[in-house]
Design a protein around this ligand. Structure first.
Ligand code: FE2
Ligand code: FE2
Length: 232
């Protein structure tokens, strides 16, 4: 039984949960994340606009992919070995593969929806900001998390919890910054993948909650594998 309350797949009072996020001070970002957030503010501006969230979503998938790929490679090493693997090794890898897959899908749906809303709004895409830099950042973030996961998986879970905490708060704060979003009705064919909401404000509230779940999952996994208390 988890001490965290997970919300994905549940009917939630989005307004009440949004208030909780706004009142929460979030997790401390490490130096790597602080540099990354500062670079993003510099490139995309401090304003919380959809195109910036699209880049956050592009990056957000990579730790999950790193856990999935890293776990499969570890299984290969363990099963292509003269010594037999143990059920504990298999359970450990399988847990991270599952965690990686479901979170990666969830981030992917956020990405699909935000990109489609940008397209509907006719927002311009720029070569540097929306093509070259996201690829460059994604490449760096993937290898960084991949190396962390290979060397000390807990480093990767620790950093991801902090990244997701930032995402949770940014999505919530974006609703405060854009009061018009309460009235802005949205629709997209990508709701085929994702719980349908009717306004832009509720979309951001729901995504913020998803990011909170991701934060708690990494936090919990850090504590499970280290046996130590996570330091917010
Ligand atoms: Fe996301
Ligand atoms: Fe996330």
């Amino acid at each position: 039984m988890s001490r965290f309350e997970y919300t994905i797949g549940k009917e939630m009072d989005l307004h009440a949960e949004w208030k909780k996020t706004l009142e929460d001070e979030g997790l401390h970002a490490n130096i790597i994340l602080r540099c990354m957030f500062a670079a993003m503010d510099l490139i995309y501006g401090k304003a919380r606009e959809i195109d910036k969230f699209l880049v956050i979503e592009i990056l957000a998938r990579y730790p999950y992919w790193a856990w999935e790929v890293g776990s499969y490679l570890r299984l290969t090493r363990q099963y292509a070995n003269p010594a037999y693997a143990s059920k504990t090794d298999a359970d450990h890898a399988w847990h991270h593969i599952n965690l990686g897959r479901k979170s990666q899908d969830n981030e992917q749906w956020h990405m699909f929806i935000l990109e489609d809303l940008m397209r509907q709004k006719g927002m311009k895409r720029h070569f540097l900001k929306h093509f070259l830099l996201p690829r460059f950042l994604a490449f760096g973030y993937y290898f960084l998390t991949r190396i962390m996961y290979r060397l000390r998986p807990e480093w990767s879970f620790d950093m991801n919890a902090r990244f997701e905490s930032h995402a949770e708060r940014e999505y919530a704060q974006a609703v405060v910054d854009h009061p018009k979003w309460e009235e802005e009705t949205i629709d997209t064919e990508y709701f085929e993948y994702y719980p349908k909401v009717t306004t832009m404000a509720d979309l951001f509230r729901r995504i913020s909650l998803d990011e909170r779940d991701h934060k708690f999952e990494s936090w919990e996994e850090y504590e499970r594998i280290t046996g130590k208390e996570f330091k917010p």
